[in-house]
Ligand binder design. Structure first.
Ligand SMILES: *[C@@H]1O[C@H](CO)[C@@H](O)[C@H](O)[C@H]1NC(C)=O
Ligand SMILES: *[C@@H]1O[C@H](CO)[C@@H](O)[C@H](O)[C@H]1NC(C)=O
Ligand SMILES: *[C@@H]1O[C@H](CO)[C@@H](O)[C@H](O)[C@H]1NC(C)=O
Ligand SMILES: *[C@@H]1O[C@H](CO)[C@@H](O)[C@H](O)[C@H]1NC(C)=O
Ligand SMILES: *[C@@H]1O[C@H](CO)[C@@H](O)[C@H](O)[C@H]1NC(C)=O
Ligand SMILES: *[C@@H]1O[C@H](CO)[C@@H](O)[C@H](O)[C@H]1NC(C)=O
Length: 607
């Protein structure tokens, strides 16, 4: 029997669809949420989205009000991930529930990203606030939405789906003391001399009052820019027109240390970037351009520490904003029926792997981000190990409204109740990470020990896989370099087991007792599926390889009976480095070139 791989996949998808239809996956897609909301008492949802906040440099330890009001009263998800470590693609994924390869918003600016591409790719007609309104919710938003959302293009067209909106706009989005806000259909207003996050807090409280008086359940998004670097809009030169304006696209782009409200300027005079083993290490690490970075000078390290303090100071206004929100929810008597989600678009690094301040990397500093949830049924003071990602947020919000989930969601609802956290399905063990294009230095110091502020060919696909006895990061770069870190023993990601320098260590390393030569083909096959997955194949990728469903985790896939299958599976490989999602650049595609294992048959008959 000869079946083309594509046919086999079609059959596999069809099977998966039947399984879903038959309700066999109910444990992955809970039909009711904690408290089992009736339409009359559906919960309100508040979503606080900071900008570039880290989990790995202890930012949460400097936010006492957030600790008291959110962490102690809710659950901290310490294995929450963004899937593309830069603002706009990450935000597009949050507001659509789709991975960047499915939104095709992969950059900050056109042609591959930014607000104009979000609109061009149809998402303004089909995204979270519209679905929430369809579910009977009123929707409000204030703060930063996307990059390249500007004083020139904000009304062509307006972002849809918000009953009330007050957006921060470029080129002043990151100008802490000269922010531009744009309310509903009105013209933009500059706030020279007012502190951005304090202005935003007043707007958020105002929307909260509006939302309460409308007497319907509501969603309120609040997106301050802290602790992003400051960008003084007047030093942008030249300021460009509507389609490709934007600070970051401009090579004269200059960033500086984040600025705080006056009342916080004196805080934390001795704080320093935590000196973890991967902070300015003696030995180079990583792949491609990261590996070429020289050790940072003392002057550079001191600048980094100042930058770090600026971030902590800027976050203090967010801490106060959160306290103000919780107090007002109490006063309105709706705190017990309101979920508060607190997260950030992507993580951040300062000096780890010898990198200047920035994001855009696949390392844990950049992808593993804070997520705190408090609300009805969410355990208090709990730390959850569930592996969750930004594409899970939209499904989670929708499930709280009682609306049905969309088939094209690449994520699934986050386990919220004690029971859901406890019973989180074993399939919840992977994160698909992807990136295209460049990386920038947000420091006074550039890359390569000099002034280079921008690096190209920062294009890679990566995986996090975290199971009971494994904790792995695997990546393939557009240069076809590979990385593998065993993160229980190497949390700082300093020993790339696939680099020749680590050959001795690699030869000694096993995962669940299997040597790396058995492991790598499995990870590669998983990545092959995930890099072009859609919908259920993103949350249950092994099903694409094993349609009978008897392999649902890496542990299952490692069984020796599949050795031959995985060894012959097509490998992830780039044809060239590109700066957008250009399919021919991305080498073999699972849908076209992959093979599928049918239990009981000789799979190689079909290739
Ligand atoms: C919010 O907008 C939706 C969609 O336009 C509309 O149905 C709803 O009535 C609005 N709510 C209020 C309070 O105006
Ligand atoms: C931006 O920089 C210019 C030139 O250095 C300065 O005059 C101006 O005050 C700065 N703007 C803000 C809001 O700090
Ligand atoms: C504030 O921003 C406006 C609009 O971009 C700009 O024209 C003005 O020069 C800025 N003022 C300062 C002091 O930075
Ligand atoms: C990026 O990679 C391509 C090959 O894929 C190469 O031709 C190009 O020179 C590289 N660009 C830079 C800036 O390194
Ligand atoms: C993504 O968008 C870019 C820019 O428009 C386009 O060239 C590319 O083909 C798109 N990729 C896919 C898979 O649609
Ligand atoms: C599958 O078929 C190939 C060639 O037809 C054969 O060499 C191989 O031994 C078979 N494997 C199994 C597990 O039956």
């Amino acid at each position: 029997m000869k079946i083309r791989a594509a046919t086999a996949v079609a059959v596999a998808n069809c099977l998966a669809a039947q399984v879903v239809a038959a309700g066999l996956l109910d444990e992955q897609i809970p039909l009711s949420r904690p408290g089992n909301p009736k339409p009359s008492d559906r919960p309100n949802i508040i979503f606080v989205l900071t900008d570039d906040q880290d989990l790995h440099m202890d930012s949460l330890n400097y936010l006492p009000k957030i600790k008291e009001r959110l962490i102690d009263q809710g659950t901290l998800y310490k294995r929450h991930y963004c899937t593309t470590a830069v603002c706009c693609p990450s935000r597009a994924s949050i507001f659509t529930g789709k991975l960047a390869h499915n939104t095709n918003v992969t950059d900050l600016n056109p042609p591959y990203g930014g607000f104009p591409i979000f609109v061009k790719n149809g998402h303004n007609e089909n995204y979270l606030p519209l679905w929430l309104q369809d579910a009977g919710y009123n929707t409000f938003y204030t703060g930063k939405m996307f990059n390249a959302h500007t004083v020139w293009n904000y009304d062509s067209p307006h972002l849809k789906g918000w009953n009330g909106s007050d957006f921060l706009l470029d080129p002043n989005t990151y100008d802490y003391w000269n922010a531009t806000f744009q309310r509903n259909q009105n013209t933009p207003i500059n706030h020279l001399g007012d502190y951005s996050t304090d202005v935003l807090a007043e707007k958020a409280y105002g929307f909260l009052d509006d939302a309460v008086s409308a007497k319907k359940p509501f969603f309120l998004g609040i997106a301050p820019i802290a602790p992003h670097s400051n960008v003084n809009s007047t030093v942008l030169n030249p300021v460009k027109g509507p389609d490709d304006d934007v600070p970051v696209s401009d090579d004269t782009f200059r960033v500086s240390i984040p600025r705080s409200a006056k009342r916080h300027e004196h805080l934390f005079p001795d704080a320093k970037v935590p000196r973890t083993d991967n902070f300015n290490p003696d030995v180079e690490s990583g792949a491609d351009w990261i590996r070429r970075q020289p050790k940072l000078t003392q002057e550079n390290v001191e600048y980094n520490d100042r930058h770090y303090r600026g971030r902590l100071q800027a976050l203090q206004s967010v801490d106060e904003l959160v306290e103000g929100l919780v107090e007002r929810l109490e006063q309105h008597g709706i705190l017990d029926n309101t979920y508060i989600f607190y997260t950030t678009d992507n993580g951040y690094h300062i000096g780890q792997h010898r990198l200047p301040a920035g994001k855009e990397c696949g390392y844990e500093t950049d992808i593993n981000v804070p997520l705190i949830i408090r609300g009805p049924g969410v355990p208090k003071g709990r730390i959850s190990d569930s592996v969750t990602a930004h594409v899970d947020l939209a499904p989670t919000f929708l499930s709280l409204t009682g609306a049905s989930l969309r088939a094209d969601f690449d994520g699934t609802p986050i386990p919220l109740s004690e029971k859901e956290i406890e019973l989180a399905p074993s399939t919840r063990e992977h994160v698909n990470v992807e990136y295209w294009g460049w990386a920038i230095s947000e420091s006074n110091f550039g890359f390569n020990g000099g002034d280079d502020k921008r690096i190209y060919n920062n294009t890679y696909k990566a995986l996090r896989v975290i199971g009971e006895d494994y904790n792995l990061y695997y990546s393939v770069w557009c240069t076809n370099e590979h990385e593998l870190y065993e993160m229980n023993s190497d949390p700082g990601q300093l020993k790339n087991l696939l680099h020749k320098d680590e050959a001795v260590l690699a030869a000694q390393t096993t995962v669940l007792g299997y040597p790396l030569e058995k492991l790598i083909p499995r990870l590669d096959a998983l990545l092959l599926v995930l890099k072009s997955c859609k919908g259920a194949s993103c949350s249950q990728p092994w099903r694409s390889l094993h349609p009978h469903g008897n392999v649902v985790t890496l542990h299952d896939a490692l069984s020796p009976r599949y050795d031959e299958f995985y060894e012959q599976q097509v490998r992830v490989e780039y044809s060239w480095c590109d700066s957008g999602y250009i399919v021919p650049a991305e080498g073999p595609q699972f849908e076209k070139d992959g093979v599928v294992y049918w239990e009981g048959s000789n799979w190689s008959d079909w290739t």
